[in-house]
Write a protein that binds this ligand. Structure first.
Ligand code: GLN
Length: 202
């Protein structure tokens, strides 16, 4: 079974590890370069992208993660993790860097104060039965994807309300990002999709 790391600097590390185990992968917390070297794919959890950027550099992990992504390692970023995987970020703080890899522009805290956090049902392409049985998505001070490059494929958009049409799930080859937090709902279909992506790339 694939060994999948969860970047364990901040965020819902345990929940992601559980979700990965639930869909048949081995979940491994990653805090060091040698742990990174042992995994077939990496989950970047939500949290605070500015803090995670600083921690990645403090733990000497930014360059190694960047190098593995450039080398084709599958990665899945949720919320702040999505910001970290984006080539461009709007609404970041001075000096904020991303790891990059995905040709998208994301906007931080995009949904605004009125709807800081919200939940909605989504249809996500590539997820089994997501039309019949929509994915319940939890957004927490979430970013959205404002622009996608030609090789990035939009998998899901907000379907109603003031943010209808906003892009919240994208895949580009072995890279997957979602604005929302699938690890908090007990619905493991996004993790299943990522494990499938890791399997395809091994
Ligand atoms: N607002 C956070 C950021 O900019 C992301 C929030 C989250 O990951 N739940 O990094």
């Amino acid at each position: 079974r694939p060994r999948i790391g969860v970047l364990a600097l901040q965020g819902d590390v345990r929940e992601h590890l559980h979700a990965l185990e639930a869909v048949g992968a081995q979940g491994v917390p990653v805090r060091r370069e040698r742990e990174l070297a042992s995994v077939d794919g990496l989950v970047l959890p939500g949290g605070e992208s500015t803090t995670m950027d600083k921690l990645l550099r403090a733990f000497d992990l930014a360059e190694p993660v960047r190098a593995r992504i450039a080398d084709g390692m599958p990665a899945y970023g949720s919320c702040a993790g999505m910001i970290l995987l984006a080539d461009r970020v709007l609404g970041g703080i001075e000096g904020q860097r991303t790891l990059g890899g995905m040709d998208v522009t994301v906007r931080r805290n995009a949904f605004g104060r009125q709807v800081d956090s919200f939940e909605t049902d989504l249809t996500i392409e590539g997820i089994d039965d997501s039309h019949d049985d929509p994915l319940h998505a939890v957004f927490i001070r979430a970013p959205w994807v404002e622009e996608v490059g030609p090789s990035a494929q939009v998998l899901g958009r907000v379907e109603g309300g003031p943010a209808a049409g906003r892009i919240v799930a994208v895949r580009q080859g072995p890279l997957l990002v979602t604005s929302f937090h699938p690890e908090v709902t007990g619905d493991t279909r996004v993790h299943r999709l990522f494990v499938q992506i890791v399997g395809e790339s091994r």
